[in-house]
Design a protein around this ligand. Structure first.
Ligand code: RIB
Ligand code: CA
Length: 315
């Protein structure tokens, strides 16, 4: 097997974040150095508790740093998504017991920058929530971030409607200033937008269909955590299942050939009222200037992703 990729996962641990975390922790291609939390789906304290709960639930034995980060966006008040992920961020029925692990005392931005210094070009940062922590790290030490392998961010909506108002995707709606800083930084950014993540659905029937073949306790946890999230999709999208936004961002690091990207100049609306957080791509401007632009995914190999997702989730 080729050398493991050292990874920091930055997450606003909601339900799809938790599924992404589980498959990342179970993927031998990745060395999860740290999990950092950022306010988004729910308040950052709940995100941190949810990460610790996931580590507990899957009995993850390897040393992994869990560090708490920004409690609010760079310049705006926090907007959460408890209608989607529940008040606790994990569907309001999966957090039964106290968690045994404890978070690291250091702030997430410190842990992110320390990982950049330690792993340099090998490090992949997987950002599953608003880009507040990543933007703070860039502002504090741009040189450290410039050398990383990649920054894969789940966010944006280019040729599809938004999921937070008509044009914005949630992560970039919550902190559009942070998204604009990171996407215009010239860093090696890969964007995994709704254009790709809404091409894949996890149907409830696929979970119940596994009852006999998988670890019952894990199935119960996944079923409890996704129930509220699926009910939201049933009401808002009309199907009995849910999107897997964040697991797709993790899969794009495990196997980059699973998604097709193109390099384009990207900007994020920060002044608009109706268009806050909207992402705009300027393909023709990509050849101007020396700065590298984000690589934006526009296609996914659905079958390959779903096969990897289920194989790792139930492993
Ligand atoms: O728009 C979907 C994204 O926003 C996902 O990362 C979800 O977890 C929320 O953070
Ligand atoms: Ca997320």
């Amino acid at each position: 097997m080729s050398k493991q990729i050292p990874v920091v996962i930055d997450t606003d641990t909601g339900v799809d974040d938790a599924l992404a975390l589980i498959i990342a922790l179970k993927s031998p291609e990745l060395l999860i150095h740290a999990v950092t939390t950022v306010a988004g789906n729910v308040e950052v304290e709940k995100c941190t508790r949810n990460v610790l709960a996931v580590l507990d639930r899957i009995g993850y034995a390897m040393p992994v740093v869990v560090a708490q980060g920004a409690g609010k966006p760079l310049r705006r008040e926090l907007v959460t998504a408890r209608d989607v992920h529940g008040r606790d961020g994990l569907g309001d029925r999966s957090l039964s017991r106290r968690v045994s692990k404890r978070r690291h005392a250091a702030h997430a931005v410190e842990v992110l920058l320390e990982a950049c210094e330690r792993y340099g070009r090998e490090l992949a940062i997987i950002a599953l929530g608003p880009l507040t922590n990543v933007a703070l790290a860039w502002k504090r030490n741009p040189r450290a971030l410039r050398n990383v392998r990649s920054i894969v961010t789940m966010g944006g909506a280019f040729r599809v409607a938004g999921n937070t108002g008509p044009v914005a995707e949630f992560n970039y709606y919550v902190d559009p200033e942070a998204a604009r800083i990171v996407l215009r930084s010239g860093l090696p950014v890969v964007v995994v937008p709704l254009d790709v993540t809404e091409q894949v659905v996890l149907f409830r029937s696929e979970l119940t269909g596994r009852a006999s073949s998988v670890d019952r306790a894990l199935l119960d946890f996944v079923s409890d955590a996704t129930a509220h999230y699926m009910e939201y999709h049933s009401r808002s999208e009309g199907f009995d299942g849910c999107y897997l936004h964040d697991p797709i961002a993790v899969a794009a690091v495990i196997d980059p050939s699973m998604v097709t990207t193109r390099e384009v100049l990207v900007d994020v609306e920060t002044q608009g009222t109706l268009t806050r957080g909207m992402t705009l791509a300027y393909p023709r401007e990509q050849r101007s200037g020396r700065k590298t632009h984000p690589h934006v995914a526009h296609r996914i190999d659905r079958e390959r992703f779903l096969s990897l997702f289920h194989e790792r989730l139930w492993r």
